[in-house]
Design a protein around this ligand. Structure first.
Ligand SMILES: Nc1nc2c(c(=O)[nH]1)N[C@H]1C(S)=C(S)[C@@H](COP(=O)(O)O)O[C@H]1N2
Ligand SMILES: [Mo]
Length: 304
């Protein structure tokens, strides 16, 4: 896992990928990156701690044209086309449940004053493909602290916009809408958990969940709910979409686990987008040193 300082340009600035990568090379070479290792002669290669093989950034083109976002179609290349006309502004986030500050917040107000960061994370889809994405965003913990969950709050539920006029995929019953996800509050407050507002130094593309999406790098990608309009603190575990639809295939926890196969395919290996050979999948997607303690005492085969 790599955590870097906020980029030196606002995330709204458009940076072509080659320029972006040269800036990264400079930052890394200058030694200002936190935890990033400079790779002589291969500045584009990023080496993730704890993993023997190089983790190269997945090209912007792939990150933004190979998507899962059923609100905009079920094909991988549907969202890039179908979401092009989506306008993710103005955007309001309703905060509800067990907290001291329930209200409707303009997105800018919700995030105001929270320092933006860049996080390079592996994204491992439950379908056994993966990418490496440089996100821009803020720790979810900072948002949660602002909303002040009370002592009853044990979970947080995050809900996608439900607006079939703007999200054509919602005119079909492929999933019960809206898409809902949730985390235990300690997972939500873990320093690795972010809400992203950008990637590659640019404003978050619509197909990646503009204007606000969750990123939980040690869990399967379906936990990372897009286009969030509601944050609700609950006492009980929220009913989450994929878990509700197919509970034997998609657990609430959905921690990446090569030892627990999906009923219809193995989770032992994954195809990194852009690579030919499949690579081994790592427990907790390679972030176990930082997150395994969250699950001490749990049987992760049973609570998958
Ligand atoms: N609202 C919503 N969020 C969603 C999905 C979706 O269909 N709808 N797909 C999930 C899945 S399965 C994955 S793998 C990631 C994909 O994120 P990306 O397209 O930005 O790579 O988004 C997740 N978030
Ligand atoms: Mo996924």
């Amino acid at each position: 896992m790599l955590i870097r300082r906020p980029p030196d340009v606002p995330s709204s600035a458009v940076t072509p990928e080659p320029l972006y990568l040269r800036r990264r090379e400079f930052v890394t070479a200058a030694g200002t990156a936190l935890g990033a290792l400079a790779v002589p002669g291969a500045a584009r290669a990023l080496v993730a701690a704890g993993q023997g093989r190089e983790d190269r950034l997945t090209p912007f083109e792939d990150v933004t044209t190979y998507n899962n976002y059923y609100e905009f179609g079920t094909g991988k290349d549907d969202p890039a086309r179908t979401a092009a006309a989506f306008v993710p502004r103005p955007w309001t986030v309703a905060v509800a449940g067990e907290c001291a500050r329930p209200a409707r917040y303009e997105l800018d107000d919700l995030l105001r004053g929270i320092a933006a960061e860049e996080r390079v994370y592996r994204l491992r889809c439950v379908e056994a493909w993966s990418m490496v994405i440089p996100w821009n965003g803020v720790p979810l913990r900072a948002v949660i602290d602002r909303l002040q969950p009370n002592t009853h709050a044990r979970f947080v539920e995050l809900t996608t916009l439900h607006d079939p006029a703007r999200m054509p995929g919602q005119r079909r019953d492929v999933l019960p809408w809206p898409y809902v996800e949730g985390l235990r509050l300690d997972e939500a407050r873990h320093p690795l958990t972010i809400v992203a507002t950008g990637l590659y130094g640019r404003t978050l593309p619509n197909q990646n969940g503009a204007p606000l999406r969750l990123v939980v790098p040690w869990k399967y990608g379906f936990k990372s709910v897009k286009a969030i309009v509601r944050i609700r603190f609950t006492r009980e575990r929220p009913a989450t979409t994929w878990n509700a639809v197919l509970p034997h295939e998609y657990g609430f926890y959905a921690n990446v686990n090569p030892a627990v196969d999906h009923p219809r395919w193995s989770q032992a290996r994954e195809r990194r987008i852009g690579e030919f050979l499949r690579r081994p999948t790592l427990p907790f997607n390679g972030y176990g040193d930082q997150v395994a303690s969250l699950y001490a005492g749990m049987d992760l085969r049973r609570e998958y």
